[in-house]
Ligand binder design. Structure first.
Ligand SMILES: Nc1nc2c(c(=O)[nH]1)N[C@H]1C(S)=C(S)[C@@H](COP(=O)(O)OP(=O)(O)OC[C@H]3O[C@@H](n4cnc5c(=O)[nH]c(N)nc54)[C@H](O)[C@@H]3O)O[C@H]1N2
Ligand SMILES: Nc1nc2c(c(=O)[nH]1)N[C@H]1C(S)=C(S)[C@@H](COP(=O)(O)OP(=O)(O)OC[C@H]3O[C@@H](n4cnc5c(=O)[nH]c(N)nc54)[C@H](O)[C@@H]3O)O[C@H]1N2
Ligand code: SF4
Ligand SMILES: [Mo]
Length: 779
């Protein structure tokens, strides 16, 4: 037992009773769960003789609406199965087979670290720092110190600090989660922002548009819990989703199934009805938006390009009527009319958009389309009245680990790293590169820390495999993980990490786009790491020594020194924040509700748009965006949000050969691929392909059969669940299963990226992994 300093007796009685001893000499040590589900929940480890015998969770406090308990979900409560999993990586290893084969031999830490340091020096000398890439990863995104998320400075942990000191690395922007959302919301609103989950209880109508919080926002103080409260307070809840999701099943008054990828046809038809029936709020639009009609266009741009003209079909001759939308969306025209009227009449309304539908071809459009409906119905800026975005959390001011600045300016879209491996030096702004006119090197060295996006979570695994397997392309790959994941199989050197119960850290709600309250959790090191597992701070310190950077890297500070600094920063901003020792013992600190702000997005702007303009060209919400207009590509980057038929769809050529659309929802079994190997969770939520009885019947498939799902990019053989919970024409393969190819290359587990495409979106250069056509047959 180390680190937590909870020796029982008088000592523990002085702490809150979160940390206490039992009669059986069982220590209860607070820590957290940290993966990229968007949450961080309190876990309390019950320790006996140096072994964690069980986990419990937050049971402190009154559990009120204002200050709820931050209780862990089924995955957090299964952490012991990860911690004590027999397949944990135990020693450093080096590759002996081909990349991807998974053949390794044990080596010493010295050999591993010497080799990595040597390769870093060699590759820097040969290709320069732009050849280094810290690939997208989110396995420890919830942590303040051991964070793996390199999109932002200060999030990438010790590895980011080391690489910055080493001269830098090729940056990326954007993320798999919400590339289109993060790109266009700041263009439309000047910043990200929505209402807090707590505000939902004021709404009378909540439309969850492609949003499934009961599965995706499961954390203790998360979105799903607040939706429940909103329902209790009398809100009507409508869900628009091709799947009868858990959110539909447990919270919805109505489910509107929609053909995937056609949401913009629905948005347009709703807008049409609002105009046709005079149900829209002209005054609100005039005050807060630009580009709705000819009278409110930015100066210098053709007035006829306004949104209203698009909806009425003044330019293209096609009014966007419900009858036009019906065959596209498969939603009856009358239902569309009824929905438009409800949206106009039930006030206040909050439409919350999920991200699955922007992870699609032209996903930029839907992100911008929904806020137009919010504005047309006069919503935004008031309690229960949302701007049509996602939820946001209250801020939690905690110090950060200083990762320094990256001297390399070249930046690619996260989704183009495989391109930057094979043709980086040809890539420039036309490929989404920013910071430079052209990359000076292809990617030659990859660090993959706490991520599985090296192959499993990235699109088109067969293509990625072909690229990664060739050691002449990327010359060196280091992976640091707990398991032999599909990505780990591509490592040249594979390093075993500690589990987060085996190191000290702090988790905060700040990153959690789903939390209704601000909080911080001290993640105590509960037990010693097993075998030769080592954490990233330790590894980077050793590498810094070998690279002659030790002094700059450590500044003479230990893990505890860094954590103390973070706590001190929080204490400067929040006088009631406990000191380091007290925080360690109490485990969780919850921000008092009066410090959370109003929870209403862009409130100053909505109150007084003249004096608090948005950071956009017009100072208002950009329905028409001159920057998009100026791109001169109106078919793919229209200046007002439009319905564009997807590049792979039931109507395209692929649709003839592969008639079903496949989507991969975020599953309660896992956080992406994390927890895929946990038997309890497989039992509770098995990896199956969900297929409608009509599609199954037409193919002679019965519930439980093995099915072959394929397209030109690859194939999967997996079990099938026949259920009306998915609409006809669509198959759902929950994303995140581990790619397990057999000798023929057929995936036997159900990794949807076997089938997905790496084609990028035109504006955000982000992923469209949900836009794919497949065929399904009995295996
Ligand atoms: N087709 C399709 N693909 C998708 C998506 C989709 O919807 N459809 N979703 C995308 C999204 S939104 C995201 S965010 C990405 C997520 O992709 P990733 O960021 O790759 O997330 P995970 O798959 O959870 O991988 C996390 C890895 O970290 C490891 N890990 C966990 N804890 C630790 C730790 O303490 N130390 C170390 N060293 N490793 C640890 C896990 O074992 C796992 O291998 O996937 C994207 N991919
Ligand atoms: N259990 C669980 N929770 C998670 C995660 C996880 O892996 N597991 N990952 C976390 C992360 S990193 C992220 S980014 C978020 C992701 O959150 P989201 O991206 O919102 O989650 P998804 O499940 O991809 O999509 C939400 C819903 O959209 C539906 N959908 C798909 N295509 C369409 C479409 O074209 N139109 C409409 N209307 N609906 C569509 C899906 O059926 C699904 O029910 O979730 C977070 N929460
Ligand atoms: S909601 Fe997320 S952070 Fe919380 S216990 Fe579940 S997986 Fe862990
Ligand atoms: Mo994500």
């Amino acid at each position: 037992m180390t680190g937590c300093n909870l020796t029982g007796g008088a000592n523990s009685k002085t702490a809150t009773n979160l940390a206490r001893t039992s009669g059986e000499k069982e220590l209860i040590v607070p820590t957290s769960c940290i993966h990229n589900c968007g949450g961080r929940c309190l876990l309390k480890a019950h320790v006996k003789d140096g072994v964690i015998v069980r986990l419990s969770t937050d049971d402190q406090g009154p559990d009120t609406f204002e200050v709820p308990q931050v209780r862990a979900c089924q995955r957090g409560r299964s952490q012991l199965k990860r911690l004590y999993h027999p397949d944990r990586l135990k020693y450093p290893m080096k590759r002996v087979g081909e990349r991807g084969e998974g053949k390794f031999v044990r080596i010493s830490w010295d050999e591993a670290l010497d080799t990595i340091a040597q390769k870093m020096k060699e590759i820097k000398a040969r290709y320069g720092n732009e050849a280094f890439y810290y690939v997208y990863a989110s396995g420890t995104i919830g942590a303040t110190l051991y964070n793996c998320y390199a999109e932002f400075p200060t999030c990438g942990g010790p590895l980011q600090r080391l690489l910055n000191l080493f001269g830098g690395y090729l940056n990326y922007y954007g993320n798999y989660s919400a590339a289109q959302y993060y790109y266009v919301v700041p263009m439309m609103f000047g910043a990200l922002g929505g209402n807090s989950p707590k505000d939902l209880r004021h709404a009378r109508l909540i439309v969850l548009w492609g949003h499934n919080p009961v599965e995706t926002k499961l954390a203790g103080a998360g979105g799903a819990w607040y939706l429940q409260q909103a329902k209790k307070a009398g809100a009507k809840i409508i869900v628009i989703d091709p799947r009868y999701s858990d959110t539909v099943g447990s919270l919805a008054d109505e489910w509107i199934p929609i053909r995937p990828g056609t949401d913009m046809a629905l948005v347009s038809a709703i807008a049409y009805v609002l105009i046709e029936e005079g149900l829209y709020d002209q005054e609100f639009l005039n005050r807060y938006t630009v580009g709705f009609d000819e009278e409110h266009m930015p100066p210098g741009y053709p007035p006829q390009e306004c949104y209203k003209n698009y909806i009425l079909g003044k330019q293209d001759g096609q009014p966007k009527t419900p009858e036009w939308a019906e065959p596209i969306t498969r939603i009856p025209a009358n239902r569309i009319r009824q929905l438009a009227r409800e949206m106009a009449r039930i006030k206040p309304m909050t439409i919350l958009q999920g991200w699955g539908m922007q992870r699609r071809a032209y996903g930029e459009q839907i992100v911008r389309g929904i806020p137009v409906l919010a504005a047309m119905t006069g919503n935004g800026g008031k309690p229960g009245s949302g701007p049509g975005l996602d939820m946001i959390s209250p801020p939690m001011p905690m110090g950060v680990y200083p990762t320094g600045n990256n001297p390399v300016k070249a930046t690619i879209s996260f989704f183009t790293f495989t391109d930057a491996i094979i043709r980086g030096t040809e890539m420039g702004p036309q490929d989404g590169v920013v910071g430079v006119e052209r990359l000076s090197s292809n990617i030659k060295f990859i660090w993959n820390y706490a991520g599985n996006a090296l192959i499993n979570q990235h699109a088109n695994t067969k293509r990625t495999h072909e690229i990664l397997r060739d050691p002449n392309k990327v010359e060196f790959i280091v992976v640091h993980d707990l398991f032999m994941t599909p990505s780990a199989r591509y490592a040249d050197i594979l390093l075993p990490d500690t589990h987060h119960f085996e190191r000290n850290d702090i988790a905060t709600s700040t990153w959690a786009h789903i939390a209704g309250i601000g909080y911080a959790i001290f993640m105590n090191k509960v037990i010693e790491p097993p075998y030769e597992c080592r954490n990233m701070l330790d590894i980077c310190t050793e590498l810094a020594r070998r690279l002659g950077l030790e002094k700059e890297f450590t500044e003479g500070k230990s893990e505890e020194d860094w954590l103390r600094e973070m706590v001190n920063t929080a204490r400067q901003k929040l006088p009631d924040f406990p000191d380091y020792e007290a925080f360690k013992k109490m485990g969780i600190y919850k921000l008092s509700p009066d410090k959370e702000g109003t929870g209403i997005g862009f409130i100053d702007f909505y109150r007084d748009p003249e004096h608090h303009p948005l950071d956009t060209p017009s100072g208002k919400i950009q329905i028409f965006d001159p920057r998009m207009y100026d791109k001169g590509n109106p078919k793919e980057i229209p200046a007002v949000p439009k319905y564009i038929e997807e590049w792979e769809s039931p109507w395209s050529q692929e649709g003839q050969k592969y008639p079903l659309q496949a989507i991969g929802h975020h599953y309660k079994h896992r956080v992406h691929s994390t927890f895929d190997n946990i038997s309890w969770l497989e039992e509770a939520a098995p990896q199956v392909a969900f297929l409608n009885p009509l599609d199954a019947g037409a193919r002679g498939i019965k519930d439980g059969d093995m099915v072959r799902i394929f397209n030109d990019r690859g194939e999967i053989i997996m079990p099938c669940r026949v259920t009306p919970r998915i609409m006809p024409g669509v198959v759902d393969i929950p994303q995140g299963a581990w790619f397990m190819p057999d000798v023929r290359g057929t995936d036997r587990r159900g990794c949807i990226n076997t089938l997905t495409s790496h084609r990028v979106n035109p504006l955000a250069f982000g992923n469209a992994q949900n836009t794919i056509q497949v065929q399904v047959e009995k295996a």
